[in-house]
Design a protein around this ligand. Structure first.
Ligand SMILES: NC(=O)c1ccc[n+]([C@@H]2O[C@H](COP(=O)([O-])OP(=O)(O)OC[C@H]3O[C@@H](n4cnc5c(N)ncnc54)[C@H](OP(=O)(O)O)[C@@H]3O)[C@@H](O)[C@H]2O)c1
Length: 276
C-alpha cells in the first residue's frame, strides 16, 4: 500500500490501513462508479462499501477505470445481514460484484444478537482470511459482549470494529476495550451522518485554524486514532474532507471536543441490539 498524504494505522496482522477513507453508503448504485471515481481522482485510496449498499459493482468499476495499481488501494466490504447463513457464498458474490480477486478488509456488518450465529460466521471469516481472499477481517456494530465472545470462541481477534462514532457519540468504553485488545476503531457517521454538530465550540475551533467544521471533526478522528470514512456526493467536499493533514488541533481544542460527548444520548443510528 502506498499513499501520498493520508497516514496509515497498523492492524493486528501487521497490514496498514489508510486512516481516512471514503464511504459509499446511500450512494446511488447507478452513480457509484462516478462518485467513487471522483473520490479516487481527488486522492482517496480507501473505499468502504457493503453488499447491503448494492453498489459494490460501481466501486469495482471505479477501481478499474482509475488505473491505480490494486496494491495502492484499500477496499472494504461487508457481509449483509440476510447472508449470515451463507457467508462463504456471500463473500464470493461480493468479490464477483466488485470484480476483484481479493478485498483488503471484510466485515460482519451487524452482530444480529438475537439470531446469535455471529461466532460461527466469524469462524467462516477466519477461513476466508486464511485463503488470502480477504487480507484482513473484522466486524461492525459489535458491542463488548460480542467481541468477547468471538475472541473466546475462536482465539482470533477482529482487526477492526466499525461503529457509529462522532463528536456527540464518542464511544469511550468501547474504544478502551478496543485499545486493550489491539482492535482498531473505525468510525461510521464520522460527520454525524448528515447533520454535523452545530456546537459553537466547533465553529470557534474551525475559525481559529482557518478550517471548516467538517475538517475539524475529521481531524479530531485522526488525532484520537480512529479510521474515518466520510461520504460525500460532491467533489469539492471530497477535497475538503481530505485536506486535514496541514494543521493540528491543540490540547485545548481536543479537550473542548471531548466535552461534546453526549454518551448514549448522542447516538443517531440504529442501536446494535435493535438490528435483526
Ligand atoms: N457499518 C455500518 O453499519 C455503517 C453505517 C453507516 C455508515 N457506514 C459507513 O460510513 C460511511 C460514512 O457514513 P455516512 O455517509 O452515513 O455519514 P457521514 O460521512 O458522517 O456524513 C455524510 C453526510 O455529510 C455530508 N457531508 C460530507 N462532507 C461534508 C462537508 N465537508 N460539509 C458538510 N457536509 C458534508 C454528506 O452530504 P453530501 O453527500 O451531499 O455531500 C452526507 O449527507 C458510509 O458511507 C459507510 O461507508 C457504515
Amino acid at each position: 500500500m502506498t499513499d501520498t498524504s493520508v497516514p496509515t494505522l497498523e492492524l493486528n496482522n501487521r497490514t496498514r490501513i489508510p486512516q481516512l477513507g471514503f464511504g459509499v453508503f446511500r450512494v446511488d448504485p447507478d452513480h457509484t462508479a462516478e462518485v467513487a471515481g471522483n473520490a479516487l481522482e481527488v486522492g482517496y485510496r480507501h473505499i468502504d462499501t457493503a453488499a447491503g449498499y448494492r453498489n459494490e459493482a460501481g466501486v469495482g468499476e471505479a477501481v478499474r477505470a482509475s488505473g491505480i495499481p490494486r496494491s495502492d488501494l484499500w477496499i472494504t466490504t461487508k457481509l449483509a445481514n440476510g447472508d449470515q447463513d451463507r457467508p462463504e457464498d456471500a463473500f464470493q458474490a461480493s468479490l464477483d460484484a466488485l470484480g476483484l480477486d481479493y478485498v483488503d478488509l471484510y466485515l460482519i456488518h451487524w452482530p444480529l444478537h438475537s439470531k446469535g450465529v455471529y461466532p460461527q460466521v466469524w469462524k467462516t471469516l477466519t477461513a476466508i482470511a486464511e485463503s488470502g481472499r480477504a487480507k484482513s477481517i473484522g466486524v461492525s456494530n459489535f458491542q463488548i459482549e460480542h467481541l468477547e465472545r468471538v475472541i473466546a470462541e475462536t482465539g482470533v481477534t477482529p482487526a477492526v470494529n466499525q461503529v457509529e462514532l462522532h463528536v456527540e457519540f464518542q464511544q469511550r468504553e468501547l474504544r478502551t476495550f478496543h485499545a486493550e485488545h489491539g482492535i482498531v476503531t473505525e468510525a461510521w457517521y464520522p460527520l454525524g451522518g448528515g447533520s454535523i454538530s452545530e456546537a459553537p465550540e466547533l465553529q470557534r475551533i474551525a475559525d481559529s485554524h482557518g478550517k471548516s467544521v467538517a475538517q475539524v471533526v475529521l481531524r479530531w478522528h485522526m488525532q484520537v486514532g480512529n479510521i474515518a470514512i466520510p461520504k460525500s456526493n460532491h467533489r469539492e467536499r471530497m477535497v475538503e474532507n481530505l485536506d486535514i493533514f496541514d494543521f493540528e488541533l491543540t490540547w485545548d481544542d481536543m479537550q473542548a471536543i471531548a466535552a461534546l460527548d453526549k454518551g448514549e444520548a448522542g447516538r443517531r443510528g440504529t442501536h446494535p441490539l435493535k438490528m435483526g
